[in-house]
Design a protein around this ligand. Structure first.
Ligand SMILES: NC(=O)c1ccc[n+]([C@@H]2O[C@H](COP(=O)([O-])OP(=O)(O)OC[C@H]3O[C@@H](n4cnc5c(N)ncnc54)[C@H](OP(=O)(O)O)[C@@H]3O)[C@@H](O)[C@H]2O)c1
Length: 248
């Protein structure tokens, strides 16, 4: 299952999972894009694909997922979707923040809580929560998004420990910048260590089983080392604030 699979990194995950001969359940809100992605993958790989048009921030998500996965053994869950409201916190309308909590916080909790029991019962499975370097310190102008990514990373770490006795691997992938449609809508400039989404998806799948937290790309790993270990917290936040300065 790839939650958030109509464009960007989610499509790259879907392609790499199909290349590993896994059938797909793709979720997103835009039915036309989901159909396009599934059509393209079906042409290249002999896999079965189902699409679910669904808002992952919906309060009924657990029920919808239970229904959509009835009779299926979901072996890999990639929770990829995220909502990124940009600009100052005070100028962000409360509905946007509510949506962020729904998609970035409530969504992964619900998806994991719904699908992990089956994996644990079968003693086999993998869960990837897509996170971000933004979740490693406060980030001005995407403050709530960064906080939601910290939530995802920490959730994955705890679950990595809890679920390993059931042979279910959990990893948070803390990616740096990728030129996806979502990124290009919000950010006007390239960032250091920018990576291709396909490479990030492939590296993340390869990293399963190697630990609770993975940072794709050596430039990003060095960046994380600098901001979390080598400079003060205050300096790290100020540095982030400079990089998001254009998001007024
Ligand atoms: N791009 C980057 O630079 C970057 C860096 C670090 C981490 N990440 C993380 O990587 C992941 C993917 O990022 P991306 O840049 O590929 O995002 P994107 O281009 O904006 O794509 C997001 C995907 O999630 C789906 N989605 C968003 N809100 C949804 C909702 N409410 N319900 C269902 N589906 C929803 C979108 O489909 P619909 O709109 O059709 O619903 C789309 O398929 C995110 O978790 C992000 O935090 C990205």
């Amino acid at each position: 299952m790839v939650a958030g699979a109509s464009e960007g990194l989610g499509v790259a995950f879907a392609r790499h999972l199909a290349a590993r001969e896994m059938n797909l359940l793709l979720i997103a809100r835009r039915a036309d894009l989901l159909e396009k992605v599934s059509g393209e993958i079906r042409q290249r790989y002999p896999v079965e694909i189902r699409c679910l048009v669904q808002d992952l921030g919906d309060a009924q998500l657990a029920e919808v997922l239970r229904e959509a996965t009835e009779g299926l053994e979901v072996g890999v869950l990639v929770y990829n979707a995220a909502y990124v409201p940009t600009g100052s916190f005070l100028d962000t309308d409360p509905e946007s923040l509510q949506q962020l909590v729904g998609v970035n916080v409530q969504g992964p909790v619900t998806a994991v809580r719904t699908l992990a029991p089956g994996m644990c019962q079968r003693k086999k499975g993998a869960i990837i929560l897509m996170s971000s370097l933004a979740g490693m310190q406060g980030v001005p102008r995407i403050a709530a998004y960064a906080a939601s990514k910290a939530f995802g990373t920490i959730l994955a770490e705890g679950l990595w420990y809890e679920l390993r006795e059931y042979n279910v691997e959990v990893t948070a992938s803390c990616a740096g910048a990728m030129p996806t449609p979502g990124y290009l809508r919000n950010f006007k400039q390239d960032a250091p260590g920018m990576m291709d989404p396909s490479t990030v998806a492939e590296m993340t799948l390869e990293a399963l089983g190697r630990g609770p937290r993975f940072i794709p790309g050596w430039v990003n790993r060095i960046g994380a080392l600098v901001t979390t270990r080598l400079i003060s917290r205050k300096s790290a936040i100020q540095l982030m604030g400079k990089s998001t300065g254009h998001l007024q």
